[in-house]
Design a binder for this molecule. Structure first.
Ligand code: MN
Length: 752
């Protein structure tokens, strides 16, 4: 709401009362027990506490808690405790009231939730990397305590995103980045599809305003023809469903702007070529839960009798629901216009679960035992990760994220049990998922009775048996083969354990050695050995000894000068990199993340044509994504006060955005005048003259300066990486389009 001087206090009061009455009406029409009294009390308390305070948009502050509480009942489906907590969620944070005051007024349960919400307020991420992880950890811990804290936090974030336009642009980037990085995956994991989709779309809207608007208008422009097509597609199916005597809804659901854009980006296709722009969804009413699955398959039969189904695209989420509880039957069929259409078949109950996820069970009052089992399994994985005593802050976030994003495969053990794992999980992941000991001793897997290596990626439906050996030991390089958070955490714990054992062994060997040679132990002897061995401390020295990387020798502990040519104590040349090096590498990586440096290979003169709103001019172009004029960009202020300019959709930036959002700067391109470097990858079938045609287009037809070209032709496949100097993105886009016209060329796209 805009600030408006014509609004009188009376009008404001009326607006607040109306919003609150709307909240109550939604609550009263829900399936919850009617406990209006406590909600009423919470509303009055919060209204009084926030009195006189306004949001940035100018509206009275209390409008925000009311909106959050409305989302909590309307879109998540929670009851009076959560509604009251939502109304009170900012009271402790923003006013003089304490959690004790809340407890005295509203009891223990509501006070605990408000306390949880207060602890994680101010965004998941603070200003420092370690704090971010700490806050995130807090969020997840409270989640384990009371899932309602996270659900209300989700509603809070959703309302903040809906009202983000009143924030300054740099805040918008930070909040939108954080939302996309953490909240949307979290919503997905909790099964809150509608909220997840809206969060993604809103983040997209603030990160790429122009592209968002373009896709939105393309959706609107294509609506009429799409409706016409869907009417033709659905008519024969409707007829059959009517004959079945079903009560149902049959709609076309257009993908969100964000997922359309995602598809365009990953597949390098224009809007018109996104073939699965919409899905057809049949939602049927059914009182008898036990009949739902059968009805789904009956509908499937009818649909596939009208249209030909895609052989590989039937998804049965009825028999094995997704971990976030999603149940439905998906089938893709060939529509009347010769394009594939996905048809989603589900009951009203399944639809509710899909839209509102975990929270839907309140509506149906399902027993808490079985329904929550999967969720608590996931929560225990999170707890596993939280117990990891020394995670690097960013690694920690990535680990969680990995786990949030994962979609699942179902694997069978030899006994026929099913295990759910994220897509891309390997034999080693499965071993660690089953038991840490299986993981640390795993040497291979028998996948459908064939021997496969640790790194083998399991597919859904595979039967896998883990092959172990007593002499097998976990190795640091195994991290490469692991995609699950649990696997990674367990591997690291095993490696630390192994390291401790090696240190103990090394220490014992060292002491025994001294004793054998009648050398009394002293700190001096120890320091001498440490420095002779170039170790950084005694743990490292003992680790080297325990791991047989050094051979104990008298010269190591006596002051006799050793010849520099003659090193008694050398590292075992047959050993690979030891742990110490790995740690250093990790430390370095962590440091680098905060301090990007521009690519020294770029002619810096060419990249200074940017301005920011606050007039800084010390720019570097990020070496990770090489933005050029025309790209959406954001500046990131490094520790040394340089501004590194990234592409808006750069993955490195995504991390920075989420973790250090306060360092973002808005940037815009000035007219460049000079040229920028862009690399284009061309793929195709090798044939006579293909290279000649490409070069002709570049230098003759379009007069573009070529800087570098690398061509390989292997077994008839033609690959070319082409670096050109251009003025802006339009030139690159045109060039790609022209090159694609060359006979034999399959694809030409700009590389980031
Ligand atoms: Mn809030």
């Amino acid at each position: 709401m805009m600030e408006n001087n014509n609004i009188t206090p009376e009008m404001e009061d009326q607006m607040i009362n109306e919003a609150y009455q709307n909240l109550l009406n939604i609550y009263l029409s829900s399936n919850h027990r009617k406990k209006v009294e406590i909600i009423d009390k919470a509303f009055k308390f919060a209204r009084e506490a926030h009195k006189g305070i306004r949001r940035r948009s100018g509206e009275p502050y209390i409008m925000h808690p009311i909106a959050v509480a409305t989302i909590v009942i309307q879109e998540i489906g929670l009851g009076s405790t959560s509604i009251s907590a939502a109304l009170l969620h900012d009271v402790v944070e923003d006013t003089d009231y304490t959690v004790e005051d809340i407890e005295a007024q509203f009891g223990h349960k509501i006070a605990r939730i408000v306390d949880g919400l207060t602890k994680i307020s101010g965004g998941i991420f603070g200003d420092k990397a370690s704090l971010q992880a700490e806050n995130f950890r807090k969020l997840l811990l409270t989640m384990n305590e009371d899932i309602r804290v996270v659900l209300i936090k989700m509603a809070d974030r959703l309302h903040n995103m809906r009202t983000l336009s009143s924030m300054p642009p740099n805040k918008q980037y930070k909040i939108a980045g954080e939302t996309l990085y953490v909240y949307a995956p979290l919503a997905h994991r909790l099964g809150l599809y509608a909220i997840k989709t809206e969060l993604e779309d809103l983040s997209f809207k603030y990160n790429h305003p122009a592209e968002y608007q373009r896709i939105l208008s393309q959706i609107i422009d294509s609506e009429e023809s799409r409706n016409e097509l869907f009417a033709r597609f659905s008519a024969p199916i409707r007829e059959r469903l009517d004959n079945m005597g079903l009560k149902y809804e049959f709609n076309a659901r257009v993908k969100s702007c964000y997922s359309i854009w995602n598809k365009m980006q990953t597949k390098h296709i224009p809007f018109e070529e996104v073939y699965d722009l919409y899905a057809a969804r049949i939602v049927f009413e059914c009182e008898d839960e036990s009949a739902e699955k059968r009805i789904c398959w009956n509908i499937y039969n009818e649909v596939t009798e009208v249209y030909t189904k895609h052989p590989d695209r039937v998804r049965d989420w009825l028999t094995t629901p997704k971990v976030n509880k999603y149940r439905a039957l998906h089938v893709t069929v060939m529509g009347p216009d010769g394009k594939w259409v996905e048809v989603q078949i589900r009951s009203r109950r399944m639809d509710d679960t899909a839209e509102r996820g975990f929270a839907a069970h309140w509506k149906y009052k399902i027993g808490e035992g079985e329904e929550e089992e999967e969720l608590s399994k996931w929560l225990s994985t999170i707890t596993d990760i939280l117990k990891d005593p020394e995670p690097n802050a960013m690694d920690f976030l990535d680990t969680i994220k990995l786990n949030l994003f994962a979609s699942e495969i179902v694997v069978f053990t030899p006994k026929g049990e099913t295990i759910t794992l994220p897509t891309g999980a390997t034999v080693l992941d499965l071993a660690f998922a089953l038991h840490t000991d299986l993981g640390t001793h795993c040497i291979a897997g028998k996948v459908n009775h064939r021997l496969r290596p640790l790194s083998y990626k399991i597919a859904s439906g595979d039967q896998v048996e883990i092959v172990t050996s007593n002499i097998q030991k976990p190795k640091p390089e195994w991290e490469k083969y692991i995609v699950t958070a649990r696997g990674r955490t367990r591997l690291r714990a095993a490696l630390r354990h192994q390291r401790r054992l090696a240190i103990e062994l090394g220490e014992k060997r060292f002491m025994d050695f001294l004793e054998e040679h009648n050398i009394p132990f002293s700190n001096e002897v120890l320091s001498l050995a440490i420095s002779r061995q170039n170790a950084s401390n005694k743990e490292e020295l003992f680790h080297m000894i325990g791991n047989n990387e050094v051979i104990l020798n008298e010269s190591m502990v006596t002051k006799k000068e050793q010849s520099s040519r003659f090193n008694w104590l050398r590292r075992n040349p047959f050993k690979g990199k030891d742990n110490k090096d790995d740690h250093k590498a990790n430390d370095k990586k962590a440091k680098d993340e905060g301090q990007e440096t521009g690519d020294k290979g770029i002619d810096m003169k060419a990249v200074y044509h940017l301005t920011t709103r606050d007039g800084k001019s010390n720019y570097q172009i990020a070496s990770c994504c090489h933005p050029i004029p025309g790209d959406d960009t954001v500046g990131f202020v490094t520790n040394s006060n340089k501004v590194v300019v990234h592409k808006m959709d750069c993955p490195t930036l995504a991390r920075l955005k989420a973790s250090q959002g306060s360092r973002l700067l808005q940037t815009q391109w000035e007219d460049p005048g000079e040229s920028f470097q862009a690399t284009i990858r061309i793929e195709g079938i090798d044939q006579m003259g293909i290279l000649q045609s490409i070069v002709n287009i570049i230098s003759t037809n379009m007069s573009i300066n070529m800087k570098h070209m690398q061509v390989t032709a292997d077994q008839g496949v033609f690959n070319c990486d082409l670096t050109v100097l251009v003025r802006d993105t339009t030139v690159v886009t045109n060039l790609c389009r022209e090159i694609k016209k060359v006979k034999g060329v399959n694809d030409a796209t700009r590389m980031s």
